[in-house]
Design a protein around this ligand. Structure first.
Ligand SMILES: *[C@@H]1O[C@H](CO)[C@@H](O)[C@H](O)[C@H]1NC(C)=O
Ligand SMILES: *[C@@H]1O[C@H](CO)[C@@H](O)[C@H](O)[C@H]1NC(C)=O
Length: 177
């Protein structure tokens, strides 16, 4: 590679990181829906703004019949409408949690939840699933520093599957600007 190329790449990287430093994540909406209330239901699911810098997400799902076997996770980015972006994967939950390092993308997203949830342990899950006060500042660090995302409006949609039927859908909306 010639020096001019390298110089250009360095300049681009610097400009790119200068943009990234100023970008900021915000949750814009959350929607938790049980498709089968005999299977699972949500006790709560909300976003809260404490003040300008401290905002969080909390959700609690009660499982009446275990187990949730799979999670189908899709990321969308908004252009004129929401379009698939980066991944559309179905995770075998127990296999993944048994060896999280085998799945780089899965473990990146598990990092978001680790400090705030009771989900970070191997199967079985025979208890309520709780995400408590997932801190916007932590999410911001994850999506701007750990793995920088381009600016835009995003939707993370997860379907929770048991016996090959979707039992619940959680949609989390956010913007990085
Ligand atoms: C926002 O609220 C948090 C938690 O109550 C507090 O620690 C922090 O100092 C507050 N920040 C501002 C700017 O008021
Ligand atoms: C979890 O890992 C252990 C040890 O590697 C293995 O024996 C077991 O079958 C695994 N369980 C699942 C559900 O993959």
């Amino acid at each position: 590679m010639c020096a001019r190329h390298i110089g250009f790449i360095l300049l681009f990287t610097l400009l790119y990181s200068a943009v990234k430093i100023s970008s900021k994540f915000e949750f814009t909406n959350i929607d938790c829906q049980s498709l089968d209330k005999s299977f699972a239901d949500f006790e709560y699911c909300y976003l809260k703004s404490v003040n300008r810098s401290y905002k969080y997400l909390s959700a609690k799902a009660k499982l009446f019949k275990t187990p949730i076997k799979k999670v189908h996770a899709m990321l969308f980015k908004r252009y004129s409408g929401y379009k698939p972006f980066m991944f559309d994967v179905t995770l075998d939950v127990c296999r993944f949690l048994n060896n999280t390092k085998a799945n780089a993308l899965g473990s990146y997203f598990l990092e978001f939840l680790k400090p705030y949830s009771n989900l970070n342990h191997p199967c079985p899950f025979d208890h309520d699933l709780i995400v408590e006060k997932l801190d916007i500042r932590f999410v911001n660090h994850q999506v701007t520093k750990v793995l920088p995302f381009p600016e835009g409006a995003y939707l993370l949609e997860t379907h929770w599957i048991a016996y090959d039927i979707d039992r619940a859908v959680v949609k989390v909306y956010g913007t990085l600007s």
